[in-house]
Design a protein around this ligand. Sequence first.
Ligand SMILES: Cc1cc2nc3c(=O)[nH]c(=O)nc-3n(C[C@H](O)[C@H](O)[C@H](O)COP(=O)(O)OP(=O)(O)OC[C@H]3O[C@@H](n4cnc5c(N)ncnc54)[C@H](O)[C@@H]3O)c2cc1C
Length: 601
Amino acid sequence: MVDWTPPNREYDFLFNEVFSMTERLQKLGFEGFDEESIAMMIESWGNHAREVWLPINEVGDKEGLGFEGGKITMPDAFKDAYRKGVKEGWFGTSCKPEHGGMGAPLLFQSVPWSEYGTSTCMALSVFPALSAGVYEVITEHAEDDITDTYAPLLASGEWAGTMCLTEPHAGTDLGMIKTKAMPNEDGSYSITGTKIYITAGEHDMADNILHLVLAKVPGGPSGTKGISLFLVPKLLNSDWSGGRPSMNTGSLSDSINGVSCSGTEEKMGIHASPTCVMNFEDSIGWLVGPVHGGMPLMFQMMNRERLATGMMGLGLSEIAYQNALSWCKDRRQGRDLRGVRDPNEEADSILVHPDVRRMLLECKVNNEGCRALASWTGILLDEMNSEDKETADRAEALIALLTPIIKAHFTDIGCENVDTCMQVMGGAGYCSEYGVEQFYRDVRISKIWEGTNGIQALDLAGRKITQDFGKNLRHLLWPMTDFIEENRKNAEMAEFNKPLHQGVKGLQQLTLLMISSGMANPNFLASGATDYCRYFGNVLIGYMWARIASVCLEKKNDTFYEAKLASARFFFQRIYPETFGLAARIQSGPKPLMEYPTEMF
Ligand SMILES: Cc1cc2nc3c(=O)[nH]c(=O)nc-3n(C[C@H](O)[C@H](O)[C@H](O)COP(=O)(O)OP(=O)(O)OC[C@H]3O[C@@H](n4cnc5c(N)ncnc54)[C@H](O)[C@@H]3O)c2cc1C
C-alpha cells in the first residue's frame, strides 16, 4: 500500500534557516505571506494532496481514460478531486487577487505545490500546471478584454488550459509547423491545422478548454520567426457574455469552435493524463502578443513548465524513496558482514548491507539537494517581478541559466532514483503492490517533454552561458566564489568547501573550453553539452549542500542537523566525484562520436 508524508519540515528548514525567504518576500511586497502563513499553506496543501490526490493515483493508472466520439472521459475519482481543488482554491494560488487568485508567491506554487502534486498524482498535476502557464501568458501579453474574460476562469480552475506546439512532422524543430492562421475582418483569426501529443487537449473535468496554439500567419518570415501565438477556446457559447463582441454574433457556432480531438495515445505512464491529437478547422482564435512574435511568449510558458517538469523528477523520486525505505525497513535478508545483528531473527534487516544503504542514500541525498536548488530558484521567479531593477535583472539572468539545468538534471536524476528505488526493493519493486513500478513509468516522460533533455543541454551550452556576454553566468559565479572565499578559513567547512572550489574552478575552465572550441567547431559544444549540463547540475547541488552544511555546523546536537551534515558528506564523497569523470568526457571532444562510420551504426 502506497503512502507518502509531505516533507514539510524540509521546506521549513530551507525557506527559513538556509535561504531567509520571508525577508526576501517581504521586500517584494508579499506582506501577508510571513513564515507562519507560508508554513500553514504548505501544510494544508500537503494534507490536501495526501487525502485527495494520493488515493486516486493508482485509480487513474489502472482505469485510464474513456474515449468515444471525440470525447475523453476522465475517471470519476479525478473529476471529484479536480472539483475539490477548484472549491478550495488550490489551482490559482499564485494568480492575482483581482482574478480571484490567492496572490501567493510563485515560490509556493512552483516548488512545494509542484513537488507535492507530482508526488501524489502526476497525471492530475499537469492540468492545473498547464492552466497556470496559460494564465501567466495571457495576463502578461493578451489584450485587456481577453485577460479580463479568461483570467478569472483559469485562476479558479473552472476552465483549463493547454499548450499546442507539436505537429506530426515538427517536434523539436518547431520552425517547421504548418498550422495556419488567417486574419478575419473582426480582428480574430481562423486557425487550421493538426497538433499531436497535446496534454489535456480534451477532457471533461473543466467546463471549457483554452488552447494556446502556435500557428503561422501567411506572409511572415520562415522558421520560428514567422510563428504567432493564438488563444483558441474549445467552446464559444453565444449566451456567454464575456469576450469580444464579435464572439457573440450569429456567425459563430453555439458550441464547438471547430476544435476536435481525433485520438489519444496509449502510453507507458501517466495513464490518466490525456495525450491528444487535436484538429483545428477554421477555429476562431485571438492573437496573443505581436504577429510573428509568438515564440518568445511560448518560451515564457515553456520555461515555467520546464521548471515544473524538473519538479516532477523530484516529486516522483521522493514518493518512490519514501515507499522503498518503508519496505526496506521491514525486509530481512542475509547477515551483517561484521557479525550477526539480530540473533533472534532468521536474518538481519537489509539496512545492514552497504549496497542497500548506498541505494537509499543516493536517492535521499539527491532529493534533498534538488529540493534546496528548487527553493533557491523558486524565489527568483518572484524576484523577476521586483520593482527594483537590479534585483529583477539578476533574477531574470539566473532563471535563464537555471531553467534548462533544473529541467534536465532533476529529471535525469529523478528517473535514475526511481530506478534505484525499484532496484533496492528487489522483485517487490517490479511488482505493482508498492507503487514504485507506477512511479517508474510515470516519471519517464519528464526527460522527453517540454524539450528533450538533450535539447535543454544544448540550450544551456549553446545559448544561456554566452547570452548577454556571459551575464547569466556571472550572476551565478559571483555568489558562489564569494561563499567559497568566506568559508576558506573555516576548518570545519573544508570538507565541503574544497571540493566545491575544485568543481567551480573546473566549471569555469570547461565553460571557456566549450565556448572557444565550440566557436571553431560547433560539434565540440554539441557533443559535450549533456555532460556539461550534468557537471553544472552537480556543482550547483554541491553549492546547496555546502550552504546547508554551513548552517548545520552552527547547530550541533540535534539529529535533524546531524543528518543534514551526514547527507552533505555523502554527497561530496559518493555522488559529486562523478563530476570529474564528466570533465574527461567533455574534453574528448566530438571525434569519438562524429568519426564513427554512420553506416556501421
Ligand atoms: C506524453 C506526452 C505529452 C506531451 N505533451 C505535449 C503538449 O502538451 N504540447 C505539445 O506541444 N507537445 C507535447 N508533447 C510533445 C513533446 O514536447 C515532444 O515529444 C518533445 O519535445 C520531443 O519532440 P519529438 O517527439 O518530435 O522528438 P524529435 O524532435 O523527433 O527528436 C528525436 C530525438 O532527436 C533529438 N534531436 C532533435 N533535434 C535535435 C537537435 N537539433 N540537436 C540534437 N538533438 C536533436 C531529440 O533530443 C530526440 O532525442 C508531448 C509528448 C508526449 C510523449
